[in-house]
Design a binder for this molecule. Sequence first.
Ligand SMILES: [Zn+2]
Length: 166
Amino acid sequence: MLPGMPVCDCGAPAGPLGVCADYYNAVLAEEQLDPEMYRWHAIVVCVYLLQHPSRGHEKYLDGQFRYLQFYVDKGLDALQRLRNHQVARNNHRSRAGYDLTPLAAYEPLPPAAPAGPFRAAFAGLPHENDSFVFDGHEAYGQRMHTLAEATLESWKPGGPGTPNRG
Ligand SMILES: [Zn+2]
């Protein structure tokens, strides 16, 4: 990397659009206009906040960490069903809150945030013709899956992003 080249606080080198926040905002803007792309919205938010935990709320990061594990384990359709179930339950008994039982089986957020760069970062997402879905939604979904896996890998104790490695 050249000296003076901008680096995101997650350790990722900036891409043509800037650091991860620039990519994140561009993704959020594009998915607003594309319902199919919006299906990955929750993954986008969870990955971004877990890769930049200082921008998230400690209170929610644990749930976001479990959410990503559920997604990598069960897939997007199962995640959508979980969300529908939560919304229905929340409407039905407004004081009951969200049913987080399906997430309880997953690992809690480790106490130490990863120190190193993630294997895949927002700033590394390909962006062509002013779009993140230039090569189709399936390919975009694959990249979201890779981002989710890279995030979980680095957060796990002893993962590639933890201090004192190599
Ligand atoms: Zn970043």
